[in-house]
Design a protein around this ligand. Structure first.
Ligand code: MN
Ligand code: MN
Length: 220
């Protein structure tokens, strides 16, 4: 996993990772949130209880269950740099549904490349609208976005990406009341997410192929 972090927002800009069956196992959930010891000295390391009473859940960017093959990997998902202030209805609703789909695909033998993060500022938790929470002023994203690239099998790398490759792109609001919604209600294109975030996703993929797969919306 890779965690670039904006110094003034106290949250990761994005997290990128691979998922295939080899990452999956049955270790107990670490459940021990902790400050990230690897942040540079001039960064404020967010503490687990900075979220207490905020009205937002500690939303994993890389899902705990996607790193369940050993305890060290699993605990690394509980570092606060992998956590964003997320409404429980999003975290346990459409976001979870897409996490479940991704894990199912990995168990079927696919290899996924997943990039995700928060965008914008201001969400509505159980205590109302907030642009930041906690003493260190942790930025609350307005939306949660994700790009999932689905390759046929592990080890293909870039050459496994073709114009037919399935790419699932979503952008979900950080609001209550969406628990019964499907991730399919929030499908978008990678092109739209590039415009929204300013990032060039899948930049190691040939430009001609990016053009095709970044303009396609996954089937509803
Ligand atoms: Mn979650
Ligand atoms: Mn791109």
């Amino acid at each position: 996993m890779h965690f670039p972090t904006t110094i003034d927002k106290r949250i990761a800009n994005w997290v990128s990772r691979q998922l295939n069956e080899s990452w999956l196992g049955d270790v107990d959930r670490c459940s021990s949130f902790s400050p990230d010891p690897d942040l540079p000295d001039n960064f404020v390391a967010v503490r687990p209880n900075d979220y207490s009473g905020s009205g937002f859940s500690r939303g994993h960017i890389t899902r705990s269950g996607d790193r369940s093959n050993n305890r060290i990997d699993n605990c690394s998902t509980f570092l606060m740099t992998n956590i964003l202030p997320q409404t429980q209805d999003n975290n346990g609703g459409p976001w979870l549904e897409l996490e479940n789909l991704s894990q199912d695909l990995a168990r079927e033998g696919k290899e996924l490349y997943i990039i995700s993060g928060g965008n914008g500022e201001g969400g509505t938790g159980t205590k109302g609208f907030a642009t930041e929470i906690g003493k260190p002023k942790i930025s609350v994203p307005a939306t949660f976005w994700k790009v999932v690239v689905v390759l046929d099998r592990p080890g293909l790398g870039n050459r496994g990406v073709t114009e037919e490759t399935r790419v699932i792109a979503v952008n979900m609001p950080n609001v209550p009341g969406i628990q019964k919604k499907s991730y399919k209600d929030y499908l978008t294109t990678v092109d739209s997410l590039e415009e929204l975030t300013g990032y060039d996703f899948l930049s190691d993929v040939l430009e001609e192929i990016q053009k095709v797969i970044e303009a396609k919306k996954d089937a509803e």
